[in-house]
Design a protein around this ligand. Structure first.
Ligand code: AMP
Ligand code: ZN
Length: 465
C-alpha cells in the first residue's frame, strides 16, 4: 500500500510521491523560544516525530529542518518586560526545548537553524521581492503587497478579491486573524520598543517579520521546492499562507508539495495556549510523577488531525497501556521452554501496523495491531506453545514498531529479585496442576516478602507492596 497523506493544500488524501525519492525534504515550524513549550506544542512536535520516523521506517532518507524562532514580537515583548537580553532568554528556552525533546524520546531533526543566524539571507529574499515588484515601503518598514500575488489564499482557501473589499492597509504584528489579513511586514523598521533588538542592514535598521524567517530557512536548507511542510493548524493562516506568497513570488516555483497540519490539544474543550493560561508544561506533569513515555503515549495516540482533549484520566489510561506493553516484554524475556511457536503472528502484526501508518498516520490502527498481537501471544505463552525462539522474535517485532512510535520499548528496568520470580513461576505451575492451596500459600509468602501478586489477562504481575 502506498503512503497517503492528507494535503491541506488540496483538502484530500494524496499518494505521497517525493520530488526526488528516496530523499525527502521536511520542514517543521519550530518553537518560539521565550518560554517552556506546553504539551499542546509538544503534541505537534510529537506528530512530526511520528511522521519523520515512519518515513525513515519506509526507507526514505530524510533532511528534516526545524527552525528555532528566536526573534519575533512576543520574544521582544518579554525582553522588554523582564530586562533579559534576547540571546540570554532564547538560549535558555532553546536548551529547555531540547531537554523536553530528549525526555519524550523525540528524534533529533537533521538541522535546527536559528532565525537570528540568517538575517543576511532574509535581507536577500526581501531585496529580490522588491526587485520583482512585490513590496512597498512605509515609515521605513517593508511590506508584502498582497495584490501583487493573485494566488494568495491557496492554502487557507479564502479569496483575495473578498479580502480587498473587506480589509485595507497593512498589518505590523506577526500574528493576526483571517479577517485582519492585509499586506504584512517583511522587514520592521526599528522603534524604541525594540530596545537592543535590531540589525543594521541594507534595508535599514530593524528586524525581520516572523513569516520571512521560515521561507528563508526552509529554502536555504531544502531548496526552492521541497516535499513536506508541517505545523499546528493555527500556523496555516497567516503564517504558512504568507510563507507561500513570499517564497513563490521570489522564485516563481511551487514552494511545497504537501502541507500537513495537526489539530490542537484542548483542555476543558478550549485550545491549550499560553495566552489563555490553561496550559501544562512537560515539567508540570513530570513533577506530578508521570512517566514521560506515558505522556508521549497520551499525546500521540489520537490521530493528528483530530482535536484531542487533555485529561488526567486519559494520561492514566496511557500509563496502563504502557504497563501492559512492559509486562508483556518482561514475560517474553522469561519464556524458558524451547521452540518457536509464534507462527506468522509477527509478520501479520507488522503488516497491519505499517498499513495503518501508511494511511495518513493512522496511529490508533497501528497501536491496535500491536495489542492484538500481545493478546494472541499471551494466549500462546499460557498454553506453552510459544517457546524461547518465538519470544525472541516477538521482542524483535516490538523493537521494530518501537523505532516508529517510541511506545513499545522496555522502559527503565524494574528489578525483581530472582527468588521472587522463582516463586511466581512455582505458583503458576501449582495453578496449572490445580493445586490452588499451594498457589495461595505462595501468594501469601510473596506478600510476606513485600511483593503483591496480581493475575492479569497478560499473566501474573508482581509489584512492590
Ligand atoms: P509556537 O512555539 O507558539 O511557535 O508553537 C509551536 C508549535 O505548536 C506550532 O506548530 C503551533 O502550531 C503548535 N501549537 C500551538 N498551540 C497548540 C495546541 N494547543 N495544540 C497543538 N499544537 C499547538
Ligand atoms: Zn514557521
Amino acid at each position: 500500500m502506498p503512503i497517503r497523506f492528507f494535503n491541506t493544500l488540496t483538502r484530500t488524501k494524496e499518494v505521497f510521491e517525493p520530488i526526488a525519492a528516496p530523499h525527502v525534504g521536511l520542514y517543521t515550524c519550530g518553537p518560539t523560544v521565550y518560554n517552556f513549550a506546553h504539551i499542546g506544542n509538544l503534541r505537534t512536535f510529537l506528530f512530526e516525530d511520528l511522521l519523520r520516523r515512519h518515513l525513515k521506517y519506509r526507507g526514505y532518507q530524510l533532511q528534516h529542518v526545524m527552525n528555532l524562532t528566536d526573534v519575533e514580537d512576543k520574544i521582544i515583548r518579554t525582553c522588554r518586560e523582564t530586562g533579559e537580553s534576547l540571546k540570554s532568554l532564547t538560549g535558555r528556552f532553546a536548551q529547555a526545548f531540547f531537554e523536553d525533546l530528549d525526555t519524550l524520546g523525540v528524534e533529533r531533526a537533521e538541522i535546527y537553524p536559528a532565525a537570528t543566524d540568517h538575517i543576511t539571507e532574509m535581507v536577500d529574499i526581501i531585496k529580490k521581492l522588491r526587485e520583482n515588484g512585490h513590496t512597498y515601503e512605509a515609515n521605513g518598514s517593508i511590506y508584502f503587497k498582497l495584490s501583487s500575488f493573485p494566488q494568495y489564499g491557496q492554502l487557507s482557501k479564502f479569496k483575495l478579491d473578498e479580502l480587498k473589499t473587506n480589509a485595507s492597509g497593512r498589518v505590523d504584528s506577526d500574528e493576526y486573524e483571517t479577517e485582519d489579513a492585509r499586506d504584512f511586514a517583511l522587514w520592521k523598521a526599528y522603534d524604541d520598543d525594540d530596545g537592543a533588538v535590531f540589525w543594521e542592514t541594507e534595508l535599514g535598521k530593524g528586524r525581520p517579520g516572523w513569516h520571512i524567517e521560515c521561507s528563508c530557512m526552509s529554502m536555504k536548507y531544502l531548496g526552492e521546492s521541497f516535499d513536506i511542510h508541517c505545523g499546528g493548524i493555527d500556523n496555516m493562516f497567516p503564517h504558512h499562507e504568507n510563507e507561500i506568497a513570499q517564497s513563490e513570488a521570489a522564485t516563481g516555483k511551487r514552494f511545497v508539495k504537501y502541507w500537513l497540519h495537526s489539530a490542537h490539544l484542548f483542555v476543558d474543550n478550549r485550545k491549550m495556549s499560553k495566552s489563555l493560561g490553561n496550559f501544562y508544561t512537560l515539567r508540570d506533569l513530570l513533577a506530578k510523577g508521570h512517566d514521560p513515555i506515558a505522556i508521549r503515549w497520551a499525546l500521540i495516540s489520537t490521530h493528528y488531525r483530530q482535536p484531542s482533549n487533555f485529561t488526567f484520566e486519559g494520561l492514566e489510561a496511557a500509563t496502563e497501556s504502557l504497563r501492559r506493553v512492559r509486562d508483556f516484554r518482561r514475560r517474553l524475556e522469561e519464556v524458558r521452554i524451547a521452540g518457536d511457536g509464534l507462527g506468522e503472528l509477527d509478520a501479520s502484526c507488522e503488516k497491519a501496523f505499517g498499513d495503518a501508518l501508511d494511511d495518513d498516520l493512522n496511529i490508533s490502527g497501528a497501536i491496535a495491531a500491536v495489542f492484538d498481537f500481545i493478546r494472541e501471544v499471551n494466549k500462546l505463552i499460557d498454553s506453552e506453545v510459544t517457546g524461547k525462539g518465538g519470544a525472541e522474535r516477538a521482542l524483535a517485532l516490538l523493537d521494530r514498531v518501537n523505532t516508529v512510535t517510541g511506545l513499545f520499548g522496555a522502559g527503565a528496568k524494574e528489578e525483581t529479585p530472582a527468588e521472587i520470580l522463582a516463586l511466581v513461576t512455582e505458583r503458576q505451575q501449582a495453578r496449572r496442576a490445580k493445586d490452588f492451596k499451594r498457589a495461595d500459600e505462595i501468594r501469601d509468602q510473596l506478600l510476606g516478602a513485600g511483593w503483591v501478586l496480581e493475575d492479569t489477562p497478560d499473566g501474573p504481575r508482581v509489584k512492590k507492596a
